[in-house]
Design a protein around this ligand. Structure first.
Ligand SMILES: [Fe+2]
Ligand SMILES: [Fe+2]
Length: 157
C-alpha cells in the first residue's frame, strides 16, 4: 500500500507510524489535520500527566478536545457525503464506525470533565490514537478503490 506520510519521531509508540493515502486530497488534508491535533493532544497529556493540571491547563485540554471532536465530525461528514454521492456500498458500515466514535468520544468527554482525573486523559490519548490509526489505515482505505473506479481522481475532488 502506498504510504502518504512519514510521521515524525514524536509519534508515540509508533501507533501513528504512517497514514495511508486515500486518494482524495481534501480527505488526506483532513487526516493530516486530525493527525496534527492528536499529536498536540498527546504532547499536552504527556506534559500534564507529570503534574497536577491547573485550571488553565484543564481549559487547554477542553479546548483541544472540543476542536478535535468538532473537526472529526466535519471530516466524517465530508467522507459520508462523498460515499453517498458515489454510492459506496459499505457506506452504512463505515458510517456506523464514525457514529460509534462520536458516541465514545462524547462519553469520554463527559467522564473526563465530570471527574477531572488526568488518568482518564491518558486513556483518552491511547483510545484516540489507536482509533484514528486503525480507522484511516484499515477502514478509510476501503473507499479509495471505489472512488478511483468511479473516476473520482485526485484532481477532480
Ligand atoms: Fe477519514
Ligand atoms: Fe472514515
Amino acid at each position: 500500500m502506498k504510504t502518504m506520510k512519514k510521521v515524525p519521531h514524536r509519534s508515540p509508540n509508533h501507533i501513528l507510524d504512517h497514514l495511508e493515502d486515500v486518494y482524495v486530497p481534501v480527505l488526506n488534508k483532513q487526516h493530516q489535520e486530525l493527525h496534527r491535533c492528536l499529536l498536540d493532544f498527546n504532547d499536552l497529556v504527556d506534559y500534564l500527566s507529570k503534574k497536577r493540571p491547573t485550571p488553565e491547563e484543564w481549559k487547554k485540554i477542553k479546548e483541544t478536545m472540543d476542536f478535535l471532536g468538532n473537526y472529526a465530525k466535519e471530516h466524517f461528514a465530508s467522507e459520508e457525503l462523498l460515499m453517498r454521492k458515489h454510492s459506496f456500498p459499505k457506506l452504512a458500515e463505515h458510517k456506523k464506525e464514525h457514529d460509534d466514535f462520536v458516541r465514545k468520544y462524547g462519553e469520554l468527554y463527559h467522564y473526563l470533565f465530570d471527574h477531572g482525573d488526568i488518568l482518564c486523559v491518558v486513556d483518552a490519548k491511547f483510545f484516540l490514537l489507536h482509533w484514528f490509526s486503525h480507522h484511516v489505515n484499515h477502514i478509510d482505505v476501503e473507499y479509495r478503490e471505489h472512488f478511483r473506479q468511479c473516476g473520482l481522481l485526485n484532481d477532480h475532488c
